[in-house]
Design a protein around this ligand. Structure first.
Ligand SMILES: NC(=O)C1=CN([C@@H]2O[C@H](COP(=O)(O)OP(=O)(O)OC[C@H]3O[C@@H](n4cnc5c(N)ncnc54)[C@H](O)[C@@H]3O)[C@@H](O)[C@H]2O)C=CC1
Ligand SMILES: CC(=O)C(=O)O
Length: 371
């Protein structure tokens, strides 16, 4: 198979979908790999590094897409990339289609086989290709929050840890999965007072054990959220219902109850956001805006700011699946691997992931009926 890896074009997105080690694995298995020039530079990989591993360097995005049977990316294609879509193309990347009707329509109309990293799901319900970036974004959410809590950056001027005689900042995390757990770990490490919400009682028990009672675990419902968000300094949105639009759990009124100069980091923005006052996706170039006196941060590609760590972590997870797709072709790989089949969001012009179809009010077709 011919695999194309374009340079990412989203604002400050310096991750790349493959490393020289990944190129080596694919070439060893008998495939050809085209990497767009400078695609890896932001992650510390030069064209020569890729060439030495066996890649063919392409001078532009057009030929990288056009000559490939499968394109591997990090972020969802932007409108300028829709022209490259075609029915004999497999696209393997983050897609987050539930809040993206335009992209979904383009994939359906062109018949691309669109496999989303974020919905590949193992039998234990874990999401192996989302997890590494959720680990990164969860850890980053607290460091970003601490930064914007500083007075010169619009915050109320509190130190997460406080100091002897002055209490620590209050951090509230909504969603106790991978993002939430990693956020809690860093917030605790920095000395903050941490409260974590989840709607799953078993998860709350696990968190209580994991953090040995050092974080407050609270059942997620509107009443409890209102009580605990009141007076919070930093609020992290970290919920997920795989493939679906994020539920808006935090209302305008709850945000108004936060301390003035508090900060919201809505990591779940890539699925549409979980906080009512988050009304736009922000970028690394212009990451925050203010509403009700609270700083709002809603960057949908947070790990793109730490590309070296993120590219290595992401490709550790994606490459075994990429090799399987290249060796067998998309349809056979899906037949052989139920976890990978869950990644198929659009196939043969149909939406094959139910939560995406529901979010966008489109018809849903079971993948197995098309394979
Ligand atoms: N902005 C960015 O750059 C990035 C965003 N993300 C996003 O972060 C979000 C969270 O991802 P993960 O932690 O990996 O998901 P996860 O599946 O590990 O955790 C989600 C948690 O939300 C909980 N949840 C579901 N409904 C809830 C409710 N009503 N109230 C409270 N909790 C509820 C679930 O029980 C689960 O524990 C996803 O949207 C993911 O795509 C991940 C990485 C980077
Ligand atoms: C998960 C995701 O969308 C990201 O890492 O950018």
């Amino acid at each position: 198979m011919r695999i194309g890896v374009p340079k990412e074009i989203k604002d400050n997105e310096d991750r790349v979908a493959i490393t020289p080690a990944g190129v080596h694995a694919l070439v060893e298995a008998g495939h050809q790999v085209f990497v767009e020039t400078k695609a890896g530079v932001g992650s510390g990989f030069s064209d020569e590094d890729f060439q030495s591993a066996g890649a063919n360097i392409r001078s532009d995005a057009k030929s990288t897409w056009a000559d490939a049977d499968m394109v591997m990316k990090v972020k969802e294609p932007l409108p300028s990339e829709f022209d490259y879509f075609r029915s004999d193309l497999t696209l393997f990347t983050y897609l987050h289609l539930a809040p993206e009707p335009e992209l979904t329509r383009a994939l359906v109309e062109t018949g691309v086989t669109a496999i989303a990293y974020e919905t590949v799901q193992l039998p234990d319900r874990s999401l192996p290709l989302l997890t590494p970036m959720s680990e990164v974004a969860g850890r980053m959410s607290i460091q970003v929050g601490a930064h914007f809590l500083e007075n010169p950056f619009g915050g109320r001027g509190v130190l997460l840890a406080g100091v002897p005689g002055v209490p620590p900042a209050r951090v509230v995390i909504v969603g106790g999965g991978i993002v939430g757990t990693n956020a809690a770990r860093v917030a605790l490490g920095m000395g903050a007072d941490v409260t974590i919400f989840d709607s799953n009682a078993r998860r709350l028990r696990e968190l209580d054990e994991l953090f040995r009672g050092q974080v407050r675990t609270v059942m997620s419902n509107a009443y409890n959220l209102r009580e605990h968000i009141k007076g919070a300094d930093l609020l992290v949105g970290a919920v997920l219902i795989p493939g679906a639009r994020a539920p808006k759990l935090v209302t305008d009124e709850m945000v108004q109850g936060m301390n003035a100069g508090g900060v919201i980091v809505d990591v779940a923005i890539d699925q549409g956001g979980s906080i009512a006052t988050i009304d736009r996706i922000t970028t690394h170039s212009d990451p925050v805006y203010e509403k009700y006196g609270v700083v709002h941060y809603s960057v949908a590609n947070m790990p793109g700011a730490v590309p070296r760590t993120s590219t290595l972590a992401l490709t550790n997870a994606t490459m075994p699946y990429a090799v399987r797709l290249a060796n067998s072709g998309a349809a056979n790989a899906a037949r052989a691997d139920a976890a990978l089949a869950k990644g198929f969001n659009v196939y043969r012009g149909k939406v094959t992931y139910e939560a995406v179809a529901t979010a966008l009010q489109l018809d849903y077709t079971e993948l197995s009926s098309l394979l």
